[in-house]
Ligand binder design. Structure first.
Ligand SMILES: Nc1ncnc2c1ncn2[C@@H]1O[C@H](COP(=O)(O)OP(=O)(O)O)[C@@H](O)[C@H]1O
Ligand SMILES: [Mg+2]
Length: 371
């Protein structure tokens, strides 16, 4: 372990950043950490994960392996994670072993459970879709009476890229028995798991803000981006957006209040729905670097990845100002096979994640076109 002077300044150059998870986000975090002199130690069950190619050390073990976690905690200056579904027990065990985990358990607990997340947002005065906790068919019916149709039923935990979600429309209400069937179908679709029913938000567009908070409470935000999804998966992020300055300022204020309320350290991604009157509804937040922030690698001096490493290492945050306009496009499934033409395109910054198998819906890389 490296020495440190102040509790916030915990990893000097040459220090070791521990990362739970080894996907493309961990890969890009590890490359950013290396740029400012850190080493990374990846903890991931999968030996062939994208981050394996670029880290100094990797431990391949289940997140429940206490001996491996204890050893991991000994070798790192600080621990962070690349996905919000790391088991809470893993984080509390690492903390018991003396590791500093950033962002902390509070942010993780809120972000892991869509119901707790929405309760938290409303408690701090941030508007969300109307929602109702669902544990069975009875509470699903009560939820429909409360939020109306169309509505979206989502599992409380473990959903991503639109998985674990189903929509209840109002088209099937009139047929005899159709209502009961539709409810049963939706409940089966989410695997009869504890869920949340959300009223459908008739948004004009979706935006997100990538923000960071340092250990001493400094907050820096990147420009808002407009996001377009395809089959529940992010397809493009475009910056600048067409939203008004007033809406952008409101979004920035909301992102800041979430960071402060969570006593957050690190980068966060906050997703918003923008209504036609310019009002904002928060959809969700991710306690980590975010896919809609990938453009920062090529259009800002300090990327979201470096910003996150700076924050968790106790460093001063970098300048999030944007030097270029950018459109980030995810390369999903077979789309990355076009790497040769993408590589030949002017002003296109190609990022490939080193995944060998291009399954449909799998994020293989992204390209950011700057101007
Ligand atoms: N309440 C809602 N109203 C309208 N659209 C929604 C709602 N919830 C989700 N969506 C759409 O589905 C996408 C994925 O949902 P989200 O809750 O962000 O799940 P995930 O965790 O999979 O990203 C959103 O970006 C949005 O396009
Ligand atoms: Mg989302």
């Amino acid at each position: 372990m490296t020495e440190y002077n102040a509790p916030s300044n915990i990893a000097k150059p040459g220090g070791v950043i521990g990362i739970l998870g080894g996907g493309q986000l961990a890969r890009m975090l590890a490359m950013a950490a290396a740029q400012i002199g850190h080493k990374t130690h990846i903890f991931c069950p999968d030996a062939r994960c994208p981050a394996a190619d670029v880290c100094a050390t990797i431990t391949n073990a289940p997140y429940t392996d206490e001996a491996a976690l204890r050893q991991f905690a000994k070798t790192v200056d600080v621990v962070t994670y690349e996905f919000e579904n790391v088991p809470a027990e893993t984080v509390s065990f690492l903390t018991e072993c003396g590791a500093i985990v950033r962002p902390g358990a509070r942010a993780l607990e809120k972000a892991q459970d869509r119901l707790h997340e929405k309760d938290f947002l409303n408690q701090i005065g941030v508007a969300t879709a109307a929602y109702h906790g669902v544990d069975d068919l009875h509470s699903l019916e009560a939820g429909l009476a409360k939020v109306g149709r169309p509505a979206i039923l989502k599992t409380r935990r473990l959903g991503y890229d639109g998985k674990g979600q189903t929509t209840l429309t109002d088209s099937d209400q009139d047929l005899p028995g159709a209502y009961d069937k539709a409810i049963q179908f939706a409940w089966d679709e989410v695997g009869a798991a504890p869920s949340i029913l959300e009223g459908f938000v008739p948004f004009q567009c979706e935006i997100s803000i990538i923000g960071a908070r340092s250990a001493d409470g400094d907050i820096r935000l990147y420009d808002p981006v407009e996001n377009v999804h395809r089959s529940g998966i992010l397809k493009t992020s475009t910056v600048p957006t067409a939203i008004t300055e007033a809406t952008a300022q409101k979004a920035a204020a909301i992102a800041s209040s979430i960071l402060s309320a969570l006593d957050y350290v690190g980068v966060i991604g906050v997703e918003f729905f923008v209504l036609s009157n310019g009002e904002l509804i928060v959809n969700e937040f991710a306690p980590r670097v975010h896919n809609s922030g990938h453009w920062t690698s090529d259009a800002c001096a300090i990327s979201q990845f470096e910003q996150h490493i700076r924050a968790v290492a106790g460093w001063p945050l970098g300048d999030p100002a944007r030097h270029s306009d950018a459109v980030m496009e995810n390369l999903i499934g077979s789309e990355a096979a076009a790497w040769q033409s993408l590589a030949a395109e002017p002003n296109a910054c190609l990022h490939l994640y080193g995944k060998s198998e291009a399954r449909p819906d799998r994020k293989m890389g992204h390209v950011t076109r700057i101007s």
